[in-house]
Design a protein. Structure first.
Length: 82
């Protein structure tokens, strides 16, 4: 089953609430099943938060962005030191 913005946001909200409360064990329930995750450190929780935020951003951004760069040699600089 593909992740939806709503399911990812619910997981992010649960993770943020647990993190703020000092809880390191989280049980996610959805789609007729549940799973329990035990985070050993705050760094692990932070990595999970960042991953969820990245996945939500990918789903809501409407696709990949392309950046076009243009370069030039700049202005014509003349040295008038005689």
């Amino acid at each position: 089953m593909a992740d939806t913005v709503e399911s990812l946001q619910a997981a992010l909200d649960a993770l943020n609430a647990a993190r703020a409360g000092g809880v390191q064990t989280i049980t996610y329930v959805g789609g007729g099943s549940s799973r329990t995750v035990i985070y050993k450190t705050d760094c692990e929780m932070n990595a999970a938060v960042q991953d969820l935020q990245r996945r939500i951003a990918e789903l809501t951004s409407g696709g990949r962005r392309t950046i076009h760069l243009a370069t030039s040699k700049g202005l014509d600089h003349r040295d008038d030191r005689d």
